[in-house]
Design a protein around this ligand. Structure first.
Ligand code: F6P
Length: 326
């Protein structure tokens, strides 16, 4: 195995609060271990275009608290092609970069896996996505901040919902995973939580709302994950209204504000730990793995496993949420 002297770090896919804390940890752990650390801008596009910059400890000063990513990010179409990956690999070799730390979600790790398999090139991954949809880590960087953003919004919507006796359908992100909806729904005391992992039956939702009426609830919050099988919040609100129009209904789609903002303490510590473990993992010979954390212990999950399926949703939390919202 070639000795690692110079490593590259980049962020890719949707940005997530805490990515900067992870970059900082990679740069400083690398420098501590006498490695040269190269920042790669705009994810895989930057690899293809050689957007490289040497980073030292001061390049990452004052960023642990900042959302977004100082290295910028992109969802690269070119890297999906063999030609794109060949160019990227050549650029890495020309720049003398011996290994990479890729910070991102499942798309990022699929790219990393392809590069590793095709060119036998060492890459480790750090899970950074608000969706929390990677197998093999309890939490991904950015998830905690995103759900805290959601509950701040839900609390505010609850004030106006209660004042006007209104029912709000609140759509949250998560692509095809309902983890943001699940936790923010529980923490926000939602009347119902609709997630792609469990089939949504409109009649059941209406029965629940009718029951709430009998219990004299005058307003409510329904959290809808954007990937729900019955559609987004607008669509579901329309379907409910068609059959049950007791409530004055409003729809609120939170959108990209879930991706921004200063990372929570949880996300900063997780990102720092995973960034630190990523560099140490590379130096210990780890390759082709995502650095995750389960039960507060570092785990190394092959990219193939991390990207193949989501971590399973704990359905008993949905049951609990239903009981607590009665
Ligand atoms: O993966 C993060 C995420 O925010 C998803 O929750 C969402 O579906 C998607 O990215 C939105 O992507 P874009 O920023 O490209 O609109």
């Amino acid at each position: 195995m070639k000795e690692i002297k110079r490593i590259g770090v980049f962020t890719s896919g949707g940005d997530a609060p805490g990515m900067n804390a992870a970059i900082r940890a990679v740069v400083r752990t690398g420098n501590y271990n006498k490695l040269e650390v190269i920042g790669i801008y705009r994810g895989y596009d930057g690899l293809i275009n050689s957007e490289f910059q040497t980073m030292n400890n001061s390049s990452v000063a004052n960023i642990i608290q900042r959302g977004g990513t100082i290295l910028k990010t992109a969802r690269s179409e070119s890297f999906r092609t063999e030609e794109g990956r060949r160019t990227a690999y050549q650029n890495l070799i020309n720049a003398g970069i011996d290994a990479l730390v890729a910070i991102g979600g499942d798309g990022t790790f699929r790219g990393a896996m392809a590069l590793g398999n095709e060119y036998d090139y060492p890459v480790v991954g750090v899970p950074g996505t608000i969706d929390n949809d990677l197998f093999g880590t309890d939490f991904t960087i950015g998830y905690d901040t995103a759900i805290n953003t959601v509950i701040e919004v839900v609390d505010k919507l609850r004030d106006t919902a209660a004042s006007h006796n209104r029912l709000f359908f609140v759509e949250v992100m998560g692509r095809d995973a309902g983890f943001i909806a699940l936790r923010s729904g529980i923490a926000g005391g939602a009347e119902d939580i609709l997630v792609p992992e469990s089939k949504t039956i409109i009649e059941d939702l209406i029965d629940k709302l009718k029951n709430d009426r009998r219990e004299n609830k005058t307003s409510g919050i329904i959290i809808v994950s954007e990937g729900d099988d019955q559609g987004g919040a607008l669509e579901i609100a329309r379907k409910v209204k068609e059959k049950f129009d007791y409530y004055d209904t409003r729809v609120s789609i939170i959108g990209h504000m879930q991706r921004g903002g200063s990372p929570t303490c949880m996300d900063r510590v997780l990102a720092s730990t995973l960034g630190y473990d990523a560099v140490n993992g590379l130096l210990e010979g780890k390759r082709g793995v995502m650095i995750g954390q389960m039960n507060l212990k570092t785990v190394y999950i092959p990219f193939e496993k991390a990207t193949k399926h989501h971590q399973e949703m704990n359905k008993s939390m949905l049951t609990m949420a239903n009981i607590l919202s009665l």
